[in-house]
Design a protein around this ligand. Structure first.
Ligand code: HEM
Length: 499
């Protein structure tokens, strides 16, 4: 009798443990969140500025909040501690990206920013980091940056003499556009194509809330007209890139050319494995080159320009801080010459101003959405596989537990004696993201932003037009994948260097 009882007992115990293990996901609950409606889920709660709407909801539901966008389970993370849990402790589980209809059709799901996590993405990211965005490659474009920023200063000098009001947003955008064009396409004469309009359309389509991505069975109806626009955009982009690549093949850059553009670099690696010394890794072909190029253009196109326009807007609203920046520039560089990139490391106050600007105005308020690759438990909550993860870096920059009670104030001095940097290790400030999917263009982006700002603030005094007072400057945002000012920044320059 005794062995039989023991066997039954062990069988029962085993089945209880098995049931517990296999029902683990079901016994845990989703993070709290607002009630969702049929079909649309919580879309109606997002409004026109979702980063603000969701920060508001966080006050009720906490820093890990669960929503449903259409049919997609979505987790919104809004504090530095919880961001660390998702982007560091459990980074591997959240290292994938959702595949959007636009990224698939346009070809971006084969690039870095919008591809799923796996060996292909890993090889691609390594290739780009080592061949296109290495410190030496960024350095090789320094003369080009100097030439183009110099031309902008000359045109602003003329405007200053004529007492003209300048559309600074437009000027800076054109500068970054030209920097991007020269770096990626170099000598190509692509004036037959409106690459600017094409890139803007790509960014708009990638940033749109497309019903096909959230309520798949409505996708076929194309109620928003997005699918046809995406197809058209994908086709045109492919033709343009094919033309530019062919031009590069017909007139290759000389072996001595010191300013090889990205297409030259990638063509020189054609048919080689993406990861050096790994014959099994995917080969670099035209499709890979096009996907990388689209990534490089879209990632560079507006990020730096948006950071610059927000920083100058804040300085125009805060004359004390503007003066402090200019005093530093005068002390470090003097008034007889222009800023060089080698001076940038000595501009510590400007660096604090840029951090403060990123805190209040992160270019990508939700970073780039991620997708979970497995069922996972975090902080006692159940997060199902294929959940969308939105990190609200805009809300994290305003967390009063981290930034004290003057969160809304533009106050660069908060970074004095602080080790917080922008590299994604300090989760209170993550404008470039963090972890495996963090931004590989951080160094290039930060160099460009700091150099252009230093030059504009060293060469010119700036005032708002028509006697507008600093507090009257409209600081409204336009929400998208990236978040520029809603209205262009207008200001009047006065040249201030000697000679
Ligand atoms: C001020 C300038 C820039 C800002 C604020 C910025 C910001 C970001 C952010 C927030 C992400 C998402 C990170 C995440 O999900 O954790 C990202 C990803 C990315 N960025 Fe940047 N970026 C900038 C400039 C650049 C430049 C100049 C390049 C390249 C030339 C670049 C290339 C990329 C790429 C390829 C990714 C996708 C990485 C991946 O998915 O693995 N970025 N960036």
């Amino acid at each position: 009798m005794y062995p039989l009882t023991l066997a039954i007992f062990l069988l029962l115990l085993g089945s209880i443990i098995w049931t517990f293990m296999h029902n683990k996901g079901r016994t845990l609950v989703l993070p709290p969140g607002p009630r969702s409606l049929p079909i649309i889920g919580n879309f109606h709660t997002l409004g026109s500025l979702p980063h603000r709407a969701l920060e508001n909801l966080t006050k009720k539901y906490g820093p890990i909040m669960s929503l449903r966008l259409g049919h997609v389970p979505t987790i919104v993370v809004s504090s530095s501690q919880t961001a660390e849990l998702f982007l560091k402790t459990h980074d591997a589980a959240f290292a994938s990206r959702p595949i959007f209809q636009a990224s698939k059709i346009i070809g971006m799901s084969k690039g870095i920013a919008f591809s799923e996590y796996g060996p292909y993405w890993r090889s691609l990211k390594k290739l780009v980091a080592s061949q296109l965005l290495s410190a030496s490659k960024i350095e090789s474009f320094a003369p080009m940056r100097k030439e183009l920023v110099g031309s902008l200063v000359q045109s602003l000098k003329k405007a200053a003499v004529a007492h003209e009001v300048v559309d600074l947003s437009e000027k800076v955008r054109k500068l970054i556009e030209e920097l991007t064009r020269r770096m990626v396409f170099g000598r190509s004469h692509y004036d037959r194509f409106d690459l600017k309009a094409l890139t803007e359309e790509t960014l708009n389509l990638m940033g749109a809330f497309n019903l096909a991505d959230y309520v798949p069975y409505l996708g076929a109806l194309d109620l928003q007209g997005l699918t046809s626009r995406i197809k058209q955009n994908g086709k045109t982009l492919d033709v343009v890139l094919e033309n530019i690549i062919q031009e590069h093949e017909q007139i290759p850059s000389g072996p001595q050319s010191c300013e090889k553009d990205f297409i030259d670099m990638l063509l020189s690696l054609m048919n080689q494995p993406m990861t050096a010394h790994d014959e099994n890794s995917c080969k670099i072909d035209r499709r890979v080159i096009k996907a990388i190029i689209i990534d490089m253009i879209t990632a560079t196109y507006d990020t730096s320009a948006i950071s610059i326009e927000w920083t100058i807007s804040e300085l125009l609203r805060h004359p004390r801080i503007m003066k402090h920046v200019q005093d530093e520039l005068e002390r470090v560089i003097g008034m007889n010459r222009m800023v060089e990139e080698t001076d940038l490391a000595n501009l510590s106050y400007l660096s604090m101003v840029i951090k403060e600007s990123f805190r209040l105005h992160p270019v990508a308020p939700f970073l780039i959405p991620r997708e979970s690759m497995e069922d996972i438990e975090i902080n006692g909550y159940y997060i199902p596989k294929k959940s969308r993860l939105m990190i609200n870096s805009w809300a994290i920059g305003r967390d009063p537990y981290v930034w004290s009670d003057n969160v809304e104030e533009f106050y660069p001095e908060r970074f004095i004696n602080s080790n917080i940097d922008l590299k994604g290790r300090d989760f209170q400030l993550i404008p470039f993201g963090s972890g495996r999917r963090g931004c590989p263009g951080l160094q290039l982006g930060l160099t460009t932003v700091t150099y252009v700002l230093a030059q504009l603030l060293h060469c010119f005094d700036w005032v708002l037009p028509n006697g507008m007072l600093p507090n009257d400057l409209d600081m409204s945002e336009k929400f998208g994948l990236s978040m520029p000012r809603a209205k262009h920044l207008l200001a009047m320059p006065t040249y201030r260097l000697l000679g």
